[in-house]
Design a protein around this ligand. Structure first.
Ligand code: CA
Length: 381
């Protein structure tokens, strides 16, 4: 299992119709993928999270120039050793953001290789599956105009409900009044349907506005209120959590056990959302999970990537224990992005499929994916 090659693939595709989240307009979908090759011929895949406004070349440069020399020639089964090697060697210029996203991609590829080596799905290597199927939630409700789209968003909610989604996450953060108007329209459209909502402002507001929005949304019985303030404002998170009735969620922009240590110590969230493609990979996911358990925080990964990122997230979710055990404990759910993504479904031969509102966790070795090489070439940047 000696690592003999590492290839970085940067994929890009412009969108026919750009869409906005609260931080800007997304005009292309992109992915930074890692392909790790070992001497007996096995190939492992990993993905670095590329946020909608993030050039995928940043993580690609980190992987190519900083991480590749650290892992070539090493035993691919030394996953924890290699994680620390990559983290220590990039500490002085890394610790957060795209550098840790690069580590995440390499780490995920190592877990994919280990699974294939042992002939087991990754969740088995993580300690086993607490669940064999996961309920997905529809992430959508992006904006095409910006403001004043309540009616269109209400129609989108109905489409997700008709497709079988019982959970939906509404993107907010386009102005508190506009947000409230949209939520009221969505609420009216979904009246009588068995749907629970979450909201996500992508840290659009300061504490006062975030609190005003949260109070206005108290009637919706939200499953969670995501990224109410910027990730740096740990005290703001804690204050909102004290003052609002709904669970507070966040963590997609936090990294490694060190970042999450401070997040938990400050009492920021009820639900923590590490992204396996940016928190430091599955190894960091394990570190963060242990910390979260000790703080009584529920772990529910964030994912907004290609089929590789989705597969990694699904394997991890299978192995996440509930935070608060009971007969009918709240289970983690899979973020299932419904926004335009030209190569997400085509990249692997068997893309995720929702059947009657659930997604089965693949039990094939490793990530359980087979790459469609022709699609890789078609979208190569
Ligand atoms: Ca989010």
């Amino acid at each position: 299992m000696k690592i003999v090659d590492l290839k970085v693939h940067v994929l890009k595709c412009p969108l026919d119709e750009p869409f906005a989240f609260s931080q800007g307009w997304v005009r292309q979908r992109s992915a930074t993928l890692v392909e790790l090759v070992v001497d007996d011929g096995l190939v492992g895949w990993g993905e670095a999270f590329a946020q909608g406004l993030e050039p995928p070349e940043i993580a690609a440069a980190v992987i190519e120039h900083a991480l590749k020399p650290l892992v070539i020639g090493c035993d691919a089964l030394d996953i924890e050793v290699l994680w620390h090697r990559m983290y220590h060697h990039t500490r002085d210029y890394g610790r957060k953001g795209s550098v840790v996203a690069g580590i995440s991609a390499v780490d995920t590829a190592l877990w994919d290789l280990a699974g294939q080596f042992h002939g087991l799905p990754i969740y088995k290597l993580l300690g086993g599956a607490f669940r064999e199927r996961v309920q997905p939630y529809a992430t959508g409700f992006y904006r095409i105009e910006g403001q004043g789209e309540a009616q269109r968003l209400a129609e989108e909610a109905l489409r997700h409900a008709d497709a079988g989604f019982a959970l939906m996450k509404v993107k907010l953060g386009y102005g508190v009044e506009d947000d409230i108007e949209c939520m009221q329209a969505i609420g009216r459209a979904l009246q009588g349907k068995p749907v629970r909502l979450m909201v996500d402002t992508n840290h659009a507001y300061g504490r006062a506005e975030a609190l005003r929005l949260g109070r206005a949304l108290a009637e919706f019985d939200l499953r969670w209120y995501e990224e109410p303030v910027v990730p740096e404002d740990l005290q703001g998170y804690a204050e909102l959590r004290r003052q609002l009735p709904m669970p507070i969620a966040g963590g997609e922009n936090e990294h490694t056990l060190f970042g999450f240590r401070d997040f938990f110590a400050a009492g920021c969230v009820d639900v923590v959302q590490p992204d396996i493609g940016s928190c430091g990979g599955l190894s960091a996911g394990r570190h963060i999970l242990a910390l979260a358990q000790a703080h009584g925080v529920m772990v529910n990964p964030h994912v907004w990537g290609s089929a590789i990122a989705q597969a990694a997230s699904l394997q991890f979710i299978a192995a996440v224990p509930v935070a608060h055990h009971s007969l009918f404990a709240t289970q983690p759910v899979l973020e299932y992005d419904r926004s335009s993504h030209p190569f997400r479904q085509q990249l692997v031969t068997q893309p995720l499929q929702m059947v009657e509102g659930w997604i089965e966790v693949p039990s094939a070795p490793g990530l359980g994916v087979e790459m469609n090489r022709e699609v890789l070439e078609r979208y190569r940047a």
